[in-house]
Design a protein around this ligand. Structure first.
Ligand SMILES: [Zn+2]
Ligand SMILES: [Zn+2]
Length: 234
């Protein structure tokens, strides 16, 4: 059985290692490469399928690091020609900001204890530039019933309605009583910015309608609510 494609998260972790451990100066037996292979096997990104024989083994990880060589202006060799479009995207999004790359990588690793492993292979999920695990963690946090109830209660108390902060849609006004209390909460801070164990603050949440929320989750880099609002006005 063919291994699943590398996801954003996995490529971010690989790129992070690329800069700490340039593949032109090492080989697949490098300790750090073996450690990343173990980590990738433990992360809850793909369903646990034991039929993948060589899933992210050290050789696969090493080859993936070599895939990045072709974008590296500091590398004079030829680099592997083969490789996917996503590698290129990740290179251009993160190679200019090593500090951010490191921070996002650490957040991905930290998130793994809070995100359940999928049971089915997933594709085309809306995901942020930080990858699948942090997108899931974002959704887990903003969907927490307790926190979203608190947020809605606060907004209702202050304004008397639950209007989408981006487009102004009001479920109650449009659908009548059945729409009372219907709205979604969106976490406005990138999860990678949160410190470990930091609790969600009500001020980090925005009220959105389902459509606007969907669009925000599709955008890369993620739109702010203000940016989406401006786009809608245009
Ligand atoms: Zn809206
Ligand atoms: Zn959201």
């Amino acid at each position: 059985m063919k291994n699943p494609k590398w996801t954003r998260d996995e490529l971010i972790l690989a790129l992070d290692l690329y800069f700490r451990c340039p593949p032109s100066k090492t080989n697949k037996n490098n300790k750090e490469i073996v450690a990343l292979s173990d980590l990738l096997n433990s992360l809850p990104i793909h369903p646990q399928k034991f039929e993948y024989e060589k899933f992210r083994n050290p050789n696969g990880v090493y080859m993936k690091l070599c895939n990045f060589l072709r974008f590296d202006p500091n590398y004079s060799g030829v680099g592997l020609k083969a490789g996917g479009k996503l590698e290129e995207e990740i290179w251009y999004e993160f190679s200019g900001d090593i500090e951010k790359l490191r921070k996002v990588s650490q957040a991905i690793i930290n998130s793994s204890s809070e995100v359940p492993r999928p049971t089915e292979y997933e594709e085309d999920e809306d995901e942020f530039e930080e990858g699948r695990l942090l997108t899931k963690l974002h959704k887990i946090r903003e969907r927490s019933p307790a926190i979203s109830r608190k947020k809605k209660t606060e907004v209702l108390r202050k304004t008397g309605k639950l209007e989408c902060e981006a487009c102004g849609f009001d479920f109650h006004k449009f659908y009548g009583d059945i729409g009372l209390g219907v709205a979604e909460c969106h976490h406005t801070k990138p999860i990678s910015e949160l410190k470990k164990g930091e609790k969600t603050k009500l001020s980090d949440l925005s009220i959105l309608c389902a459509n606007c929320h969907r669009i925000i989750h599709k955008s890369k880099p993620m739109f702010s609510v203000e940016q989406l609002k401006k786009r809608i006005k245009r």
